[in-house]
Design a protein around this ligand. Sequence first.
Ligand SMILES: Cc1cc2nc3c(=O)[nH]c(=O)nc-3n(C[C@H](O)[C@H](O)[C@H](O)COP(=O)(O)OP(=O)(O)OC[C@H]3O[C@@H](n4cnc5c(N)ncnc54)[C@H](O)[C@@H]3O)c2cc1C
Length: 244
Amino acid sequence: MPQVEPRVELLAHTPDALSIIYAAFRQCYHAGFVGDLWEKLVSGEVAREKQAEFVEKLLESGHVSPIEHVTFTFAVSGVSRALTHQLVRHRVASYSQQSQRYVDGSDFNYIVPPAIMTNQAAKRLFEKCMLDLRRTYRELKYILEENGRAEKAAEDARFVLPQAAETRVVLSMNCRSLLNFFEQRCCNRAQWEIRRVAFSCLKLCREVLPAIFASAGARCEKLGYCPEGEKFTCGRYPLPRSIA
Ligand SMILES: Cc1cc2nc3c(=O)[nH]c(=O)nc-3n(C[C@H](O)[C@H](O)[C@H](O)COP(=O)(O)OP(=O)(O)OC[C@H]3O[C@@H](n4cnc5c(N)ncnc54)[C@H](O)[C@@H]3O)c2cc1C
């Protein structure tokens, strides 16, 4: 089956995440040295509920740099190049993406948008196009190999691969960057595929660190109104001028 679905796996996150954030916040307002407090934080002698409460309160005040000390790393597959083109616009992050130069694309998988999937005529056309592109890729690669491009053939043949082609990526973001990512990409205005990935990441982050992520999501969730303006609002929350 060349058509694939998204998978998001949490590979790792900074250990003792809550205590690190608590320690970073505490150091800003505490005359002592948090290095001396560390054992009490990780052992739970300073209750985790207390740490969480402190962190939540300070985060609300807009003091956000302490949450940059904690990073999450995800592996994502079953997503399109159209998705990763949007994803990598989030610059405060690290990415390692499957290469189309080194990985053969002869049997590329692809992602089908739901609106195409549920329309027989559109789906037929889409799948025919994917099969044609596969064939073209193989033929091009063969011609290039026969003409001396050898292992470099894939590097040129990939120019015919579509935005729908599946890719895989490992990405790391710190909590501050993740909050910004969720604000933008959990919004109904965001494109469906990146929204899906953002919600999967958010679910995993919430399980690990609810103090930071329980209330994360599109900006409207926190604001109680829609900041996207009249033209773009999805109508889920009122516009600011209609609240007054
Ligand atoms: C609905 C939607 C539609 C979009 N449409 C388009 C589009 O049509 N075309 C397009 O090109 N992009 C588009 N984007 C991408 C968007 O413009 C951002 O590039 C992307 O969402 C990354 O956001 P960011 O810069 O906040 O994140 P990051 O790059 O991770 O940056 C995080 C934060 O760091 C700060 N920062 C980072 N770099 C700089 C800098 N150079 N100068 C100052 N501050 C900086 C900013 O505060 C920024 O919010 C769209 C995004 C969304 C959500």
